[in-house]
Every structure is written in C-alpha cells, then in structure tokens.
Write a protein that binds this ligand. Sequence first.
Ligand code: ADP
Ligand code: MG
Length: 235
Amino acid sequence: MILLDRVTKRYIKDLPPAIDRMSLYIEPKEFVVVVGQSGSGKTTLLKLLTREEVPTSGKIIVGGIDFDKLKDSKIPQLRRKIGVVFQDFKLLPNKNVFENIAFALEIVGVSKREIKYTIPKVLDIVNLKGKEKRMPIELSGGERQRVAIARAIVRQPRILIADEPTGNLDVKHAWDVIEVLEKINRYGTTVLLTTHNVEIVNKLKRRVITIADGKIISDRANAGYHNKIVHEDET
Ligand code: ADP
Ligand code: MG
C-alpha cells in the first residue's frame, strides 16, 4: 500500500514545488501508470517513495512504514520492499548478466548457493532463460532492461517502480519490457510505471494518473489516454 496525504516537495525556495499538496492512494497489487510532461514531477514522486528525497510537508506511508516515524537506520528495510528500474538500465558494463543480478543479493549477504539457485528462476520470469554469461554489450536494449528488472525483483520486493523504463527502446522492445512488468504484477507485486508512450498507456488499460506541475489532474481506472498533454519524444 502506498499513501500520500497532501505531500509537497519543494527543492528550491521561491520556485514552485515539484510536488504540490498531492494526495494519492495505491492498493497492494495495483498496476499504476503515471504520465505527465517532462518536469511535471513524476521522478520526484517516485524518489519520495524510496526516500531518496524527503518531502517538505505532508505524510507518506509505504508498505506499512510511516515516513514520519522512519529512522535512517530503517531506510534499508524500506528499500528492500521496493525494486527500482531506470530508463538507462544502470547495469555494470564489466559484469555479465549473472554477476549483475548476483550483486543485488551479495550485498545483503545471500549465500552463493542460494544465488545460484535463484538467478535462473528470475531470468525465466523476465524471459531471458540461459543468458547468464552474456555481457550487457551483447544484449539488445530491451534485453538489458529486462536484466535490470530481474535485478530489481530478485529480492522479491512488494513494489516495483519503473521510471520511464521504455524511454530508450523501440516499440517491439518496449512491449517485451511492459509484458514482463505485467507478469510481475500478476505474481502479486505492486507496479508503478512512468511513461511518455501514449500507445503503451492506451493498450495497457490500467489505472492512469496524470500529473502536471506536481498536481494530479486526472486519475482514471482502466483508462486509455486521450489527452494530448504527453508527447512521445519527451524524456
Ligand atoms: P519529471 O520526472 O516529470 O520530468 P521531475 O520530478 O524530474 O519531473 O522534476 C520536477 C521539477 O522539479 C522540475 O521543475 C525539475 O526541474 C525540478 N527538480 C527535479 N529534481 C531537482 C533537484 N534535485 N533540484 C532542484 N530541482 C529539481
Ligand atoms: Mg523523470
């Protein structure tokens, strides 16, 4: 569950806030698409949820954790509940697929044996079975993004946040990524996706939240996207 109650995030005094008294409730296992022009506050919203940014005012609760009561020492516990995927994949270029995913497990002390057991399973979920030994440079953009998704979900987070994950991909590879996100959502993970791609939004038929100037201007269940505010070429 994700709850925002009149959340404001102001980066710079005297400038308009990036998030402006936003209230929002997302149920467990929902699939939510966040759309809005470049600079509307999408990334800031996601960063508030992972505690990369701290709100100027307002209340945030994520996965039962009330941020007002969140001590710094408990932030890793929050982050374990949330997997994050970015537009630019952020894979380690000198490590192969197995090592890139294993890294996420090694840092939390998972045994070698369990890592060996887990990675083929997670590669299967992202439709990259048997690609353990590939280097990132040997993969297409869509495959790289699916490795990044595998790394984000390998610790079984309850929430997956994907910030413009298809922004660097052509249509076919974008769909491969979206299908994997839908599969992960079917398995019970809450998915929060931001995108500029109108075609993706329309075909997905999921809850669509449109933001402008840090405010929600529409929130529609199973919506296609008709408003012309969003353009595909923006990032
Ligand atoms: P989006 O992801 O929708 O493009 P962002 O959340 O990145 O929007 O940005 C929202 C607004 O906040 C923009 O006006 C942007 O310039 C501003 N902003 C984002 N990050 C920072 C920052 N670290 N410092 C100052 N301003 C920022
Ligand atoms: Mg952004």
